[in-house]
Design a binder for this molecule. Structure first.
Ligand code: GRF
Length: 217
């Protein structure tokens, strides 16, 4: 473990392959962060097993048990803040968050989205990119602001769209990239290479362009 260690809480809803990539990276001796808790809104989420295997505390808060988004988000805040996170990482968390929740974690909550933002916010990104005849698709890590999938981008990775691609072929190649750029982004935040200020992202003190830092193969 390096000298400073960032406390990270991850929020998941599904299979948790990004969570697993983060857990594996955080277990390397040079990792400047550790995952202190996992919050999940689905009791049956496959990703919970990754947290369990790694001995990471997990809390399940089922959104079905709440009358509305405000109450659900308030319960999440109470749980998340018990872990005193420096950073909240959305790793396939499939609920729309209230502005109050987002504002509470502004500048310390990031998401990974399977598209080259600002293109293709929302769902079904791979099929939409294929249908539009895009030559490239990819993934973006971004800070979370109240508007969905619209926060400033930290990092992007591109993949080529192949003529033979189905949405699931493309999703699988994009996911491989996600597993690289998410841990890399968390490391850079932990190392304070990345900073969020006034809705903009800086890398080593330089303002990043709207599509963030571009990774190369
Ligand atoms: C990923 O495609 C991610 O970009 C999106 O949700 C999916 C989560 O996958 N936000 P996993 O649960 O991490 O495997």
């Amino acid at each position: 473990m390096s000298q400073h260690s960032l406390n990270v809480v991850a929020l998941i809803s599904g299979g948790g392959s990004n969570l697993q990539a983060l857990i594996q990276d955080s277990q390397r001796p040079d990792a400047p962060y550790k995952i202190v808790g996992v919050l999940c809104n689905r009791p049956d989420a496959g990703g919970l097993k990754h947290a369990e295997r790694a001995g990471i505390q997990q809390v399940i808060i089922d959104h079905h048990n709440f009358d509305g988004r405000e109450q659900f988000d308030q319960a999440m805040v109470e749980s998340i803040d018990n872990w005193q996170p420096d950073l909240v990482v959305l790793a396939g968390f499939m609920r729309i968050l209230t502005p109050g929740f987002v504002t509470h974690y502004l500048g310390r909550m990031i998401n990974i989205h399977p598209a080259l933002l600002p293109n293709y916010p929302g769902l079904d990104t791979h099929q939409r990119a294929i249908d539009a005849g895009e030559s490239h698709h990819g993934a973006s890590v971004h800070y979370v602001i109240p508007e969905l999938d619209a926060g400033p981008v930290i990092m992007q990775a591109k993949v080529k769209v192949l003529a033979s691609d189905t949405a699931s072929d493309l999703a699988a190649r994009v996911l491989t990239k996600e597993h690289q750029i998410y841990p890399q982004s968390v490391r850079w935040i932990a190392e304070e290479k990345i900073r969020f200020n006034n809705n903009q992202v800086y890398l080593d003190g330089e303002l990043l362009p709207p599509n963030g830092h571009q990774t190369s193969d």
